[in-house]
Design a protein around this ligand. Structure first.
Ligand code: HXC
Length: 485
């Protein structure tokens, strides 16, 4: 093979990426693989640009003394773009992680497929995507986006379990502003096209936004601390800690409150880490620990849209439930839901199809599953939110919680329609009757839809004891992938 010359100044520009890798890895544990790899492309005078490592650092390390596989792209080397060798290095480290059953962390900063390498670069992405999918649900895959990323550099993260974006430098788009301008004549900034805020609030691509590189790496460590090395391992335990005091929530079912206070009244202190905090805020999802053990928490949020389920909330919840189930994290579901959000926008947008994703995810989940109904659970949303009928191992409710096909006002307008037309003054009487006969809090427990009515104060203890009693139900092994929703 022809020996291609190195060009002065292009030899080793990897120090910045190595610094990022070392900042994530436990001291002295990073072992680099493929540092001398370089492309052999002649077209477009590429023989003049042959950075060592071909724009990506790959290797293995330990994080909190657990093994991980790592890759970090280098935007100062050919824009971090992905050519055949660059792709081959990432593919090898993914294969290593799959074989060794360790998580993979990718630090991304790349203009996507290396234009000069043409179809070889595209095939490189194909190799990576195929591995991302083959590893899905088997080992955790975390994408940390630290700079502008385009094309394949955003589709690979989309196939992984967690996307963390650095607030100022990270941008993600399928096609960058220059291509957008050329095709649609639209002038758009990097931030408006694919900034961290857009992806955290509107598109739902980003699970977390980090203030800077260090914060992104700290978040990565935190996320890894909840997850097992693979679906064949148990999740790491932490020293147990008491929960915060359970807050009082408004008795009036129409009054909003922040359900995150209830979550903190159940989880070990400081253990709750919310995912997708700014996206589909009507549902809250996050990792936490109960008595030191990792769990996934899903809760309706009465502060936003009264906690109704809609398309975005269903997809957000479904992906989280499937990720927890794939990696053996028990599910704790807190329910306070008036139903699915009604309206033409939701129906035309596909709430039937997309709401079914959450239904499917819960019904499929085989990890221990505990539900607490805080105030109300109506209609399809009651069933979806981890009801006993859908396979919850245990369901509790707080005193006064109402479970019904729908709220009293809507119900009487259906079942007493004729009587109300004949005498509108009787509507309140019918509402009282419906509340008494269909919504009385004792009915669900009598019918075994609820196992036990418990007080807010005892909730943390009951949830912890129930999860302990279910330890034997947690089977290690591959369950399913974590299909992007
Ligand atoms: C080759 C690239 C490159 C690429 C950037 N560079 N992207 N080289 N292939 N894809 C090079 C630039 O030529 C430049 O080289 C250096 O990297 C830095 O790029 P800048 O543009 O100066 O940086 P910045 O202003 O920060 O902008 C970053 C960027 C922009 C927004 C990512 O570079 C950009 O828009 N790139 C193209 C993005 C894109 O459309 N990619 C899609 C690829 S298709 P010099 O020598 O000047 O320093 C794809 C297919 C897979 O990925 C699809 C899967 C479904």
């Amino acid at each position: 093979m022809t020996q291609l010359p190195a060009v002065d100044g292009m030899l080793d520009v990897r120090s910045d990426r190595l610094a990022r890798v070392h900042a994530l890895a436990d001291g002295g544990t990073f072992t680099e693989l493929g540092s001398q790899a370089r492309h052999h492309v002649h077209a477009f005078d590429m023989q003049r640009k042959r950075p060592h490592g071909d724009g990506v650092v790959t290797g293995t390390a330990r994080v909190d003394n657990r093994p991980v596989a790592l890759f970090a792209q280098d935007p100062t080397a050919l824009g971090g773009s992905l050519g055949e060798i660059h792709a081959g290095k990432i593919a090898r480290i993914l294969d290593h992680a799959a074989r060794a059953r360790t998580p993979v962390v990718g630090l991304l900063d790349s203009g996507g497929a290396r234009i000069q390498e043409g179809v070889a670069a595209l095939d490189g992405y194909g190799q990576i995507f195929r591995r991302n999918v083959a590893m899905s649900g088997r080992v955790p895959q975390i994408s940390v986006v630290l700079g502008p990323c385009a094309g394949g550099a955003v589709y690979s993260p989309a196939l992984t379990d967690i996307v963390i974006m650095q607030r100022n430098r990270a941008h993600m788009f399928v096609t960058g502003p220059r291509v957008v301008k050329a095709v649609t004549y639209e002038d758009v900034s990097l931030a408006d096209l694919g900034g961290a805020d857009i992806h955290a609030t509107t598109s739902g691509v980003a699970h977390f936004v980090a203030d800077d590189d260090q914060d992104a790496l700290d978040l990565t460590r935190r996320v890894l601390s909840y997850l097992p090395s693979s679906c064949w391992h148990s999740s790491p335990a932490a020293p147990p800690a008491d929960a915060l005091p359970m807050p009082e929530i408004p008795a009036d079912h129409r009054q909003p409150y922040d359900v995150r206070g209830v979550i903190r009244g159940i989880a070990d202190a400081d253990s709750f880490t919310e995912l997708h905090a700014a996206f589909a805020r009507n549902i809250v999802v996050g990792f936490a620990r109960v008595d030191g053990q990792s769990v996934g928490i899903i809760a309706n949020q009465p502060l936003v849209l009264a906690g109704c389920l809609d398309i975005a909330a269903s997809e957000k919840g479904a992906r989280f439930v499937r990720m927890c189930d794939a990696f053996g994290l028990p599910l704790v579901t807190l329910v306070d839901v008036p139903g699915f959000l009604p309206g033409t926008g939701q129906e035309a947008g596909g709430i039937i199809r997309k709401g079914a994703k959450l239904l499917y995810a819960y019904a499929e989940a085989s990890v221990p599953r505990v539900t607490v109904v805080l105030r109300k659970a109506f209609g399809g949303a009651y069933i979806v939110m981890n009801s006993k009928s859908l396979g919850a191992d245990a369901a509790f409710s707080w005193p006064g919680a109402e479970l019904a096909v729908m709220g009293a006002e809507g119900a009487v307008d259906v079942i007493y329609r004729r009587d109300i037309i004949a005498d509108p003054d009787r509507r309140d009487e019918f509402i009282d009757r419906y509340r008494e006969e269909a919504m009385a809090p004792h009915i669900p427990a009598e019918r075994l839809s609820i196992d036990e009515v418990i007080t807010p104060a005892e909730t943390r203890g009951v949830v912890a004891a129930t999860l302990r009693s279910l330890e034997g139900a947690l089977q290690l092994g591959f369950r399913h992938d974590n299909l992007p929703q």
